[in-house]
Design a protein around this ligand. Structure first.
Ligand code: FE2
Length: 226
């Protein structure tokens, strides 16, 4: 993994085909019917995809998704959705590797829904040896709001060195930390489009606007690096 890969925003238009989107939606809707709706709220299973030093799962949710969201993480997500996403990813592996040359494969699939008022706050997932990027695939067009942003920033304040002198993101790269909220950044915003995958390198700040109408449905995953 090289650090420049982790600062890459990227997109794969038409990542999922219409029939695949319909199957993902059928499968996730069947899963939602089969479980207690309370178990679908972010953090309800005692797990969140975000990390934050010294915070409980509930506190992390308050920092990252303060208005909540529906969240089916990789332990629960139906197997056929993983298979569809993997097939789609490897169909485009050449296109992925033009931007992320060390991309090995996807992992950590999470299905999310944002209802009106729901959004996620600015944060960096964090550069690590194993992870080069995150990506989200939009499953619907019948919503308003929910714009997705990446924020570039040339400040060295975002970076630190680990024990082996490798560049990592400075601790506290999320909305709970004052220095991170205040560091000047340049924001680039797009409306999520059904079927498209938006990639955000793991060293990039990303955030979203609240959904204002309808429901924004997405599958998220990370890209492992070799
Ligand atoms: Fe993230």
């Amino acid at each position: 993994m090289s650090v420049s890969e982790t600062m890459m925003p990227y997109s794969l238009e038409g990542f999922l085909e219409e029939a695949e989107i319909q199957q993902v939606i059928r499968s996730i809707d069947a899963y939602k019917q089969s479980v207690d709706p309370k178990k679908l709220e972010a953090g309800a299973t005692g797990y969140t995809i975000h990390n934050s030093e010294n915070l409980s799962v509930k506190e992390i949710i308050n920092v990252y998704e303060p208005a909540g969201r529906l969240d089916v993480n990789w332990q629960q997500i139906p197997r056929d959705i993983v298979e569809i996403m993997e097939r789609a990813f490897f169909r485009r592996i050449e296109d992925v590797r033009r931007a992320f040359p060390t991309a090995y494969g996807p992992y950590g699939y999470t299905y999310v829904e944002y209802k009106p008022g729901q959004f996620f706050t600015a944060h960096i997932d964090g550069v690590s040896r194993a992870q080069v990027s995150g990506f989200g695939v939009t499953l619907s067009n019948d919503f308003e709001g929910g714009e997705f942003s990446v924020e570039t920033c040339g400040s060295g304040r975002l970076w630190a060195r680990d024990g082996e002198e490798r560049l990592i993101n400075a601790p506290g790269h999320d909305a709970q930390s004052e220095w991170y909220r205040k560091v000047p950044r340049t924001k680039w915003t797009t409306r999520p489009v059904k079927g498209n995958a938006i990639f955000y390198g793991s060293g990039l700040t990303h955030s979203s606007q609240p959904v204002t109408k309808g429901i924004l449905r997405k599958v998220l995953a990370f890209v492992r690096s070799y």
